[in-house]
Design a protein around this ligand. Sequence first.
Ligand SMILES: Nc1nc2c(c(=O)[nH]1)N=C([C@H](O)[C@@H](O)CO)CN2
Length: 123
Amino acid sequence: MNDLLQLQVRDLEVQVLTGVYSEETHLPQPLRISITVDLAPIGRFEPDTPLSASKSYLDLKHAATGALPAGVHFTLIEGVADHIAETLMTGDARIRRVEVEIVKLAIAEADEKIGIRMVRHRR
Ligand SMILES: Nc1nc2c(c(=O)[nH]1)N=C([C@H](O)[C@@H](O)CO)CN2
């Protein structure tokens, strides 16, 4: 069985211009975004192992915030997920798999969670 290091950011609330319908196409709306990235870990992390031996989980947060293009409307939240996955994959060749979950907060009528989970593997 292969060893695995997963980095995560969970429940990040981000305002994104997204939506299929005309009433959604002008204003950003809140998405709750969670990301998991799979890496092959080094053989052992010692107390003094530097960050360069792993990957900063802050890079995941950046992919879902600052790296999203301002002013671009994503018709589907799948497009948001793919932009995040591509930012992470192109930024670090060690990443083997990216999982992005997005909940569209504005459409919940009670406490239900409506959205997607996308998994992209490096090819
Ligand atoms: N798979 C998806 N289904 C739907 C999306 C989406 O982005 N991906 N979006 C909508 C609408 O924008 C909806 O949220 C507005 O109420 C519907 N289905």
